[in-house]
Write a protein that binds this ligand. Structure first.
Ligand code: GDP
Ligand code: MG
Length: 322
């Protein structure tokens, strides 16, 4: 079995050598371990450091494309290189490489398609309070959408089986972690968790320049993902208060009219017309959202088949006939 450990990098010349030196050289059940760096438009010596340290594969972008695109390009290259398992880790040495040995075991044993490092995110002492709370909220929303709570659904430090990478699609630049875990649930992929104690950060986060940005990005992501996966709940529930107000105003007008003072309630009638238009608009968004969700399902099925045809079978798959 071939394992490719991929490390997305944005200006990581300082920490990359330590991270590379701590990656496991041998893992039971794995015959080949290769390292892949995704140099996402780094302006420092990341590329040279990767070459000097003998990294096996380097995917390099001239301009910064962001983590989602980097992950996607890295996965494509890893599949092309025949990876049976892809592990995604951090370049700032926050995630001790030694844990990778445990991380891949459930995939080797065919017990899981995806294994996620559980950081116990609401308890990590060196996360800021806001970061802990946002991670907790994100985890709660993802758990609600998936139908059951998970220990750390917003962790992007994961091991993926080749088969799961055919099935999963990255559609979001930033929230692909949330999106992929929900896709995994919808596609009946098995997820396992391994606990991890993370190192103290060697530098401030590159993904969140400040707390305001963190809150803005996280909230927008959660809302977008929620609306995408649950158009019914989102738009139908949003439209309900407007339907209710409409009824109240219409009944109020009808009562006044039957009592002979309907003329004085014309404003209520006008407002009720506006409110019902809002309600109907939200209602139609649900219908459209539901149709789009069905379409996405079909498109994703096709994309999985195309990936299989494009990247072919690995040696192991050919030998075992699956
Ligand atoms: N490809 C790519 N990687 C990035 C980008 N921003 C951060 N990273 C990498 O993503 C990983 C996580 O970033 P980090 O700043 O450690 O975020 P944190 O662990 O959430 O605090 C690191 O390996 C970074 O080098 C980016 O724009 N593109
Ligand atoms: Mg980090």
């Amino acid at each position: 079995m071939k394992l490719i450990i991929q490390i997305p990098c944005k200006n990581e010349e300082e920490n990359l050598p330590t991270v590379l030196s701590e990656l496991p050289k041998e893992i039971p059940g794995i015959s080949v371990i290769e390292i892949q760096v995704i140099d996402d438009g780094s302006t420092d010596g990341t590329y040279d450091v990767a070459v000097a340290n003998g990294v096996d594969h380097i995917v390099r972008f001239r301009r910064n494309r962001g983590l989602g695109n980097a992950f996607k390009a890295g996965v494509e290259n890893a599949l092309r290189e025949g990876a049976d398992i892809v592990v995604n880790t951090d370049a700032d040495n926050q995630y001790p490489g030694k844990y990778i040995t445990d991380l891949v075991q459930p995939i080797i044993a065919h017990q899981a398609d995806i294994v996620i490092w559980d950081r116990n995110p609401t308890k990590v002492p060196h996360f800021t309070r806001v970061k802990r709370q946002l991670q907790g909220l994100g985890n709660y929303v993802v758990g609600t959408l998936a139908g059951h709570m998970m220990p750390d659904s917003v962790s992007w430090f994961r091991a993926y089986s080749r088969e799961s990478l055919f099935a999963l699609n990255v559609t979001e630049q930033f929230s692909y972690v949330i999106d992929t875990i929900l896709q995994a649930h919808k596609k009946w992929l098995e997820i396992a968790w391994t606990p991890i104690t993370i190192n103290t950060p060697t530098r401030p986060s590159r993904l969140f320049d400040n707390i305001r940005q963190h809150i803005k990005k996280s909230t927008a992501n959660i809302v977008r993902v929620y609306a995408m996966y649950e158009p019914l709940k989102t738009f139908l529930f949003m439209s309900l208060p407007f339907f209710l107000i409409w009824w109240v105003w219409v009944i109020r007008y009808l009562i006044a009219r039957s009592a002979g003072s309907g003329d004085g309630k014309i404003q209520s009638l006008v407002l009720s017309a506006i409110v019902i238009m809002i309600a109907l608009n939200l209602f139609s968004l649900w219908v459209i959202g539901d149709i789009i969700a069905k379409n996405r399902f079909l498109t994703e099925q096709n994309s999985g088949m195309i990936k299989k045809m494009k990247f072919g079978k690995t040696k192991r798959e050919e030998e075992n006939g699956y």
